[in-house]
Design a protein around this ligand. Structure first.
Ligand code: FMN
Length: 335
C-alpha cells in the first residue's frame, strides 16, 4: 500500500483521536504493528500563531515514524503555512480534517463544515498541496445528508487537486458517532477514484477490519476507538491478513504496556500532568479483567510516578496470586 511516495508495511492505520493519539499512545500502536500512526487534530491557527501548547503537539520520535499529522482550519493561507510548519517538524504526511463535527470547530467553517463549502475545501487542498512536498491525505465524512454525494464530490475534487489518499468515515455530520457507519459510501468512493481509499468506522474487532476491506475494497483500514486500551488490535489484523491465528494477550505483557504508557507520558508531559491523565486512561487497558473496578477506583487520585507503578504492580500481583488469566468477556480485548 502506497500513499504518494510513502510505502506502508501493512494495511493498518491509527485514526486521529483528539485528546488520545498523543506521542505515547502512538508509540504503543506502532509497537503493535500499526503501519501509520496519526496525531490528534491540530489547529492550523494555533500553529501559525506560534502557540506553545499547539506546537508541543508536533512532538514526535523516530520510532513512531511514519507519522501523519492532521491539521484543521478554514483559511487556505493559514492552512498552507501550518502545513509548512508540520512538514518542517519532520512529519511524513499531512492530513486535512474535513470530518470534525464538534460545534466549536464547525462554527469556524472548519472540519465537516467544509463539506458543504466545496470551493473553500478545494482552495485549502490546493494551497496545502502547493505548500508542501510530503504526501497529503484528507479525512472526510459522508457529508451533511446521507446520500454520500458530498463525499463523492469532495473525493473527486481532492484527487484532481493532488491529494494522495482519502480516509472515509461514513457517518453524516449530524450523526456524530451515533448509528452505524455506512460502509457502502466507502465502496462508492473506492470505485470512483484511483488514489488509495482508507476505510474507517466501526471496526471493533480484527475480523471487522478484514470484513471492511473485503466488502468495500478499501486499500487500508483506519482504527480509532477499538485501539483505545487495545493497541494489539493492529497485530491481530496483521495476523488475520497473513492467515495466522490471533493469540491472546499475555497478562504480564498487558501490565508492562500499561507501565510503559505511563512512563512515556511522564517523560512527555511531566509527572503531575501524566498522573492526572492516567487516572482515567490506565483503566482502558483492564476493561473486562477481574478486579478492574477496584483497580480503577485505586488510581482515581494518583499523584506520583512511584505510587502509580506500585498500584499497577499490586494489581498485577493480585492476578499472579490468584493464578487467574484474562476473562475473555468482551470482544476487543482478544480481537
Ligand atoms: C474521542 C475521539 C476523538 C476524535 N478525534 C478526531 C480527530 O482529532 N480528527 C479526526 O479526523 N477524527 C477524530 N475522531 C474520529 C475518528 O478518527 C474516527 O473517524 C471515528 O472514531 C470512527 O472510527 P472508529 O469507529 O474506528 O472509532 C475522533 C473520535 C473520537 C471518538
Amino acid at each position: 500500500m502506497k500513499i504518494g511516495c510513502l510505502t506502508l508495511d501493512n494495511i493498518t492505520i491509527l485514526a486521529p483521536l483528539a485528546g488520545i493519539t498523543n506521542l505515547p499512545f502512538r508509540i504503543l500502536a506502532k509497537e503493535a504493528g500499526c503501519a501509520l500512526v496519526c496525531s490528534e487534530m491540530i489547529s492550523a491557527n494555533g500553529l501559525v500563531r506560534g502557540s506553545k501548547k499547539t506546537k508541543q503537539m508536533l512532538k514526535s520520535l523516530p520510532e513512531e515514524k511514519p507519522l501523519s499529522v492532521q491539521i484543521f482550519g478554514s483559511d487556505p493561507a493559514v492552512m498552507a503555512e501550518a502545513a509548512q510548519i508540520v512538514e518542517s517538524s519532520g512529519a511524513n504526511l499531512i492530513d486535512i480534517n474535513f470530518g470534525c463535527s464538534v460545534k466549536k470547530v464547525v462554527k469556524t467553517g472548519a472540519g465537516v463544515a467544509l463539506m458543504q463549502q466545496l470551493n473553500n475545501a478545494e482552495a485549502i487542498i490546493k494551497a496545502v498541496r502547493k505548500a508542501v512536498d510530503i504526501p497529503l491525505t484528507i479525512k472526510i465524512r459522508t457529508g451533511w445528508d446521507s446520500s454520500g454525494k458530498q463525499a463523492l464530490k469532495l473525493s473527486l475534487l481532492a484527487e484532481e487537486s493532488g491529494v494522495d489518499a482519502i480516509a472515509v468515515h461514513p457517518r453524516t455530520a449530524s450523526q456524530g458517532f451515533r448509528g452505524k457507519a455506512e460502509w457502502s459510501i466507502i465502496t462508492a468512493i473506492k470505485k470512483a477514484i484511483a488514489i488509495p481509499v482508507i476505510g474507517n468506522g466501526d471496526i471493533v474487532t480484527a475480523k471487522d477490519a478484514i470484513e471492511m476491506q473485503r466488502i468495500t475494497g478499501c486499500d487500508a483500514v483506519m482504527i480509532g476507538r477499538a485501539a483505545i486500551g487495545n493497541p494489539w488490535i493492529f497485530s491481530h489484523v496483521i495476523a488475520l491478513v497473513r492467515g495466522n491465528d490471533i493469540l491472546p494477550i499475555d497478562i504480564t505483557h498487558r501490565f508492562e504496556i500499561m507501565i510503559k504508557y505511563f512512563k512515556m507520558s511522564v517523560q512527555c508531559f511531566g509527572e503531575k500532568a501524566a498522573c492526572r491523565m492516567m487516572r482515567g486512561r490506565l483503566g482502558w487497558f483492564v476493561k473486562s479483567l477481574r478486579f478492574s473496578s477496584k483497580f480503577r477506583e485505586s488510581i482515581k487520585q494518583i499523584s506520583s510516578e512511584n505510587e502509580t507503578i506500585e498500584l499497577i504492580n499490586t494489581y498485577m500481583e493480585t492476578f499472579e496470586k490468584c493464578s487467574l488469566s484474562v476473562i475473555p468477556a468482551k470482544a476487543g480485548i482478544y480481537n
